[in-house]
Design a binder for this molecule. Structure first.
Ligand code: ADP
Ligand code: MG
Length: 419
């Protein structure tokens, strides 16, 4: 249940990795050249933004060429000992069974810190003499600290895939998940991710997991600038902080709408507080928050909002006592919010109607909707003559009349009387 879609739908062949065709070819050609002897450059440096497919390209290439794949993370190579171990790996031409070896040194951006001067020098020495291909990845290859390392590497740039390429990948994921997704919706997700495929797949999972259909309206929610990042940050703190006070602060310092946040927390809590005892405590707390929400709605005592915030933030945070927090679980977009965006058109229509009413009745548009609209509906449904008179007075158009009359037949009657 908690597998991420980036893992579950990771490309299995080089062909399934979208974008960067020239870079992939260049890399593969270099790797194959080891079959006929050691090439001049014994290392390759693949660089580019996060989430564009650098690591998965290397992994898949090793698999396709039937090589032994040794993956190491650069941050493990801070000590002389570790570097020696790494040197040992690199000093052999092949494994015992004759398989060639590919060594990955992933995410080297961190390795060239000030304290690592010695490490970088040591690494450069290994790159110069290695008997097996070594591949490094980095976000920024032109960091001056890499000058020495770069000399020994075939430097290959990875660009962010195009929108179309990103969509191709999302389509494949949707097909495997049995989701019928609109092209427009997928395009929107890729655009919003800044063409970072990993992040686009994460968003897709949050928006579409468990659904069979994904429309543009379902994803439009992403368009609010920084809203997603902001909400995810607050959610992360509420679900995983050890400190209730910190969670409360995260909510009050953000300008996420508390009502919307409530739905986010309510819908996501069961996936993050997996221990049943924790979940009961959290749900109790959310129930209390909900009671205060209702009281605010009924009485407009907004000073009660702080209790809502306490119960839904700190209350949930301190409920986590036994739940394990292993692995990354994506936050889901609450169904309620998706529903609100779907009825956005309807709400815009109501506002237009409210404006017409407020002009004549000299009250605000919101009050018009709340106080006048229900009576108008009763009149329009039952008394065509009066409805016609009111329509003329308010200057309603036919769409508005139909909305109030609630049926085509009644609408026709009213319109006929109007004429
Ligand atoms: N170009 C791509 N084509 C298909 N999937 C991709 C691509 N780039 C990233 N992904 C997905 O995102 C995950 C992370 O990609 P990764 O190769 O680790 O990115 P990077 O190393 O560039 O940060 C992959 O496992 C895969 O699911
Ligand atoms: Mg990577």
């Amino acid at each position: 249940m908690s597998t991420t879609w980036t893992q579950k739908h990771k490309p299995q062949t080089l062909a399934e990795i979208v974008g960067n065709n020239a870079a992939k070819d260049q890399f593969l050609t270099w790797l194959k050249s080891w079959n006929t002897g050691i090439p001049k450059l014994r290392a390759a440096l693949l660089y580019g933004s996060p989430g564009v497919g650098k690591t998965v390209t290397i992994e898949t290439a090793a698999k396709e060429l039937n090589m032994e794949f040794v993956e190491t993370n650069a941050s493990d190579y801070r000590t002389a000992d570790a570097i020696k171990k790494f040197a040992g790996l690199a000093s052999q031409y092949a494994t015992l069974f004759g398989k060639k070896r590919l060594i990955l040194l992933d995410e080297v951006d961190g390795i060239a810190g000030k304290e690592d001067r010695g490490g970088v020098k040591e690494l450069a020495k290994i790159l110069k003499t290695t008997q097996s291909p070594i591949v490094l990845t980095a976000n920024d290859a032109y960091n001056p600290r890499f000058t020495t390392i770069r000399k020994y590497c075939l430097v290959i740039a990875f660009k962010n895939p195009t929108i179309r390429e990103g969509v191709t990948h999302l389509k494949r994921v949707c097909q495997k998940e049995g989701i019928d997704a609109d092209e427009e919706a997928l395009k929107f997700i890729v655009e919003r991710s800044g063409r970072d495929v990993r992040s686009a797949v994460n968003d897709l999972q949050a928006l579409a997991q468990g659904k069979t259909r994904l429309t543009k309206e379902d994803v439009e929610w992403l368009s609010g600038r920084d809203r997603k990042e902001e909400i995810f940050k607050v959610m992360q703190t509420i679900m995983y902080s050890k400190d209730g006070w910190e969670a409360k602060k995260a909510v009050s310092n953000s300008d996420v709408d508390p009502d919307m946040l409530f739905h986010w927390i309510y819908e996501n809590t069961p996936y993050h507080l997996t221990d049943p005892h924790d979940l009961v405590r959290a749900m109790d707390s959310l129930a209390l928050a909900d009671i205060y929400r209702k009281r605010i709605r009924d009485t407009q005592y907004w000073s009660l909002l702080r209790y809502v915030i306490d119960f839904m933030s700190a209350g949930v945070t301190v409920s986590r006592q036994r739940s394990k927090s292993g692995g990354w679980i994506p936050f889901r977009f609450p169904g309620k919010i998706q529903m609100l965006s779907r009825t956005k058109g309807q709400r815009a229509f109501q506002t237009a109607l409210g404006t017409k009413i407020s002009k004549r009745c000299h009250i605000g548009a919101t009050s018009s909707i709340k106080e006048v609209l229900p009576y108008l509906k009763i009149i329009f449904e039952n008394n065509p003559e009066m409805a016609a008179g009111l329509s003329a007075w308010f200057d309603f158009d036919e769409e508005m009349i139909e909305y109030l009359a609630g049926g085509k037949r009644q609408t026709k009657k009213i319109v006929a009387l109007l004429d």
